[in-house]
Design a protein around this ligand. Sequence first.
Ligand SMILES: [Zn+2]
Length: 139
Amino acid sequence: MAMSPIRQADRLRESYRGRSVVHCKECGLFTQSGKTFCSEHSYMERYAQDVRLRIAQRDKEINDLEKNGGPLTTGGSLSKEILGHLCNTHCTTRRLSRDLQLSETVINAACKHLSKAGKIRTWRNKRGSTVVGLPDTET
Ligand SMILES: [Zn+2]
């Protein structure tokens, strides 16, 4: 397969400079100015950065919920995780905590925010445990 002009340029540029080279993590070609990916795969760097940001935001939210009960971004990763889980089922907050491997403090605080935002509803089962489900869940 013929090499794309962009890749050729990457390769040439590096041979001109002749300094210490970094290879693209994806394809192994030389990259520009010490970058982790070549120009063709630079989108992967942006993707990786995006993932790192989302993980950092999720960690911060969990920490804040644990300590101060919030805040929670209702469109954030953690909310999506909870709402995604409730897509197929409704369950007690205790069960949700176990399934998502998050403390009950975090789950209870997060559910309070999601409920206030109308994303979920909560009710009590016969045993008196708090159950959460999507707003249209039939009980
Ligand atoms: Zn590459």
